[in-house]
Design a protein around this ligand. Structure first.
Ligand SMILES: *[C@@H]1O[C@H](CO)[C@@H](O)[C@H](O)[C@H]1NC(C)=O
Ligand SMILES: *[C@@H]1O[C@H](CO)[C@@H](O)[C@H](O)[C@H]1NC(C)=O
Ligand SMILES: *[C@@H]1O[C@H](CO)[C@@H](O)[C@H](O)[C@H]1NC(C)=O
Ligand SMILES: *[C@@H]1O[C@H](CO)[C@@H](O)[C@H](O)[C@H]1NC(C)=O
Ligand SMILES: *[C@@H]1O[C@H](CO)[C@@H](O)[C@H](O)[C@H]1NC(C)=O
Ligand SMILES: *[C@@H]1O[C@H](CO)[C@@H](O)[C@H](O)[C@H]1NC(C)=O
Length: 269
């Protein structure tokens, strides 16, 4: 018997972080969601800048001359002179990389230069929580998310981070935890990366005695008719052999023990 108890799953949602990034500092690190858009602020007041070039891998994307922007690349790159921001839409993986801004004066002399690094990540998908009672009454909970780059998992129980008195162990990725006996409450698993977050929650009531009893009861429902039958036949045989009553009660005791053994063993299988 596989003693897996699946609690009710409830999809809460996947959220994309509103992505804008300040690229006015040299070496800025910016993140965009695959398929989404990102706003990168390049300059403070572009009307004060006679010329600039914005490049990636030595190919020019935007050129600013005489208060006019020239887009030499795809229409996915859109520059707003009003706030010096470039928006990249429908992000693809190859948009990741280093972008270079070169500022020039009227005569084309270089007056400044800065780079920004863009990372395009796939957003997290929805999250599933699956719980399972272990033989000693601990509860193993797995937080499962499909897709999404660089997921970071975190857990809370009734709004606080899991403490050592609640948490028995966790795996390296932190997406599978084992809770100690009798832990109950409102459990949330959150999965985040730089561009999105997703979470799911469940109410857990522990894997204490009551769960083991339920498992035992299930075993008993199957075992009892069998033990009843074997008991009857054993008793018949014993009766024929004219055995005394104590032999029968001994058999009953043995059978009780075997039911109890199955109760204790069933969750591990
Ligand atoms: C931008 O620069 C122009 C020209 O120097 C100036 O007139 C304008 O007030 C500046 N705008 C802001 C928002 O600083
Ligand atoms: C961009 O430059 C890097 C390193 O200089 C190179 O490996 C890569 O192939 C280039 N990508 C494109 C699209 O040209
Ligand atoms: C820049 O714009 C001004 C006014 O719109 C115009 O007189 C001038 O010829 C332009 N210069 C260039 C190089 O396009
Ligand atoms: C810049 O301006 C555009 C167009 O008005 C706007 O959609 C965008 O949100 C602005 N970005 C920032 C960072 O202010
Ligand atoms: C779990 O709860 C049951 C019933 O409330 C109690 O008998 C048992 O001692 C508890 N176990 C632990 C490890 O706290
Ligand atoms: C958990 O329990 C609370 C209070 O009993 C209830 O309001 C909430 O809907 C439950 N949540 C789930 C995911 O079952």
């Amino acid at each position: 018997m596989k003693a897996v108890i699946r609690l009710q799953l409830m999809l809460i949602g996947v959220y994309s972080v509103k992505l804008s990034c300040d690229g006015r500092e040299d070496g800025a690190q910016c993140y965009g969601a695959l398929g989404g858009a990102v706003d990168l602020m390049l300059v403070d007041n572009v009307s004060e800048i006679p010329r600039f070039n914005w490049r990636k891998n030595s190919s020019t994307i935007l050129r600013w001359r005489n208060s006019t922007v020239y887009n030499t690349k795809e229409s996915r790159f859109l520059f707003f002179p009003s706030n010096g921001t470039v928006r990249i839409s429908n992000l693809i993986r190859t948009d990741s990389g280093e972008y270079k801004l070169e500022l020039n004066d009227k005569d084309g002399k270089k007056t400044g230069r800065r780079t920004l690094q863009l990372y395009v990540q796939a957003p997290m998908s929805s999250v599933q929580l699956v719980s399972e009672c272990l033989s000693q009454g601990q509860m193993k909970v797995s937080c499962l998310s499909e897709g999404g780059d660089s997921p970071q998992y975190s857990w809370t129980l009734d709004g606080h981070i899991l403490t050592d008195s609640e948490l028995l162990s966790r795996n390296y990725e932190n997406n599978i935890i084992v809770l100690r006996q009798n832990i109950s409450g409102h459990l949330i698993c959150s999965v985040t990366n730089q561009v999105s977050y997703s979470f799911n929650q469940m109410n857990i009531s522990g894997c204490g005695l009551s769960h083991l009893l339920i498992l035992g009861l299930r075993a008993t429902v199957v075992i009892l008719p069998l033990t009843g039958m074997s008991l009857y036949f054993t008793w018949r045989r014993k009766k024929c052999e004219k055995a005394d009553d104590s032999a029968v009660s001994q058999i009953i005791e043995d059978l009780d023990n075997s039911v109890l053994m199955i109760e204790m063993k069933s969750p591990t299988q």
